[in-house]
Ligand binder design. Structure first.
Ligand SMILES: C[S@@+](CC[C@H](N)C(=O)[O-])C[C@H]1O[C@@H](n2cnc3c(N)ncnc32)[C@H](O)[C@@H]1O
Length: 191
């Protein structure tokens, strides 16, 4: 990893992608659990390439439309299934093991701030993602504690991650400890 790239809030998002790339190869299966404007979906699509597969979820039709535009503008391979449903229902759509998944919690940048992820559905979706993980697979979960639901979501997720058996999973939290309201993320790797 290039250390010069990291160290600010926005660079934490880059760091997530660096971790994901270590677990995801061409031909792999990946999931964007919070597609928003589709930047993570596009990254996953390019990483798995023509022979791979990406599922992407969002509850807002605006996100589906925005992501479709992003994928087109970035010339991504035709390997993405856009799903207009809550990520807590992921198991209804995904019937195969996944190699990687990304959660960027919170609300859509530039969109309706009331349509934010909520801890009850987030926890269900993260549990499902972990159940779907193939050996050697990983998910990243980025939390935005600067708003009340985000802070509560982060606390509940941390309690859940702490229960995962260390013989099967490694959970690493990456955060700026002298800036507690900055975004941070957890990397969950299945052994
Ligand atoms: C921070 S944005 C994601 C940014 C996105 N990954 C990107 O690259 O542009 C969070 C997204 O989560 C979506 N969201 C909120 N609740 C959701 C749910 N239950 N299931 C799926 N997506 C949800 C929001 O609509 C919003 O678009």
């Amino acid at each position: 990893m290039d250390n010069k790239k990291f160290g600010t809030m926005i660079d934490l998002l880059l760091m997530q992608k660096e971790f994901i790339k270590r677990h995801l190869a061409p031909g792999g299966v990946a999931v964007d659990f919070t597609m928003g404007n589709g930047h993570d979906t596009a990254f996953l699509s390019r990483t798995v390439g023509e022979s791979g597969k990406v599922y992407a979820f969002d509850i807002q039709i605006e996100a589906i439309e925005s992501t479709r535009r992003t994928l087109l503008a970035e010339g991504c391979p035709d390997n993405v299934t856009l799903i207009h449903d809550s990520h807590e229902n992921a198991a209804l759509y995904i019937k195969e093991p996944i190699n990687a998944g990304m959660f960027n919690l919170g609300y859509m940048p530039g969109g309706d701030k009331t349509k934010t992820t909520m801890r009850s559905s987030t926890i269900k979706a993260v549990r499902t993602a972990i159940e779907l993980l193939a050996p050697g697979g990983a998910i990243t979960v980025a939390v935005y504690p600067g708003h009340a639901e985000g802070a509560a979501e982060g606390e509940e997720l941390a309690r859940y991650f702490a229960t995962l058996d260390k013989r099967n999973f490694s959970c690493t939290e990456v955060r700026i400890i002298n800036s507690p309201s900055s975004p941070y993320f957890t990397l969950v790797e299945k052994k």
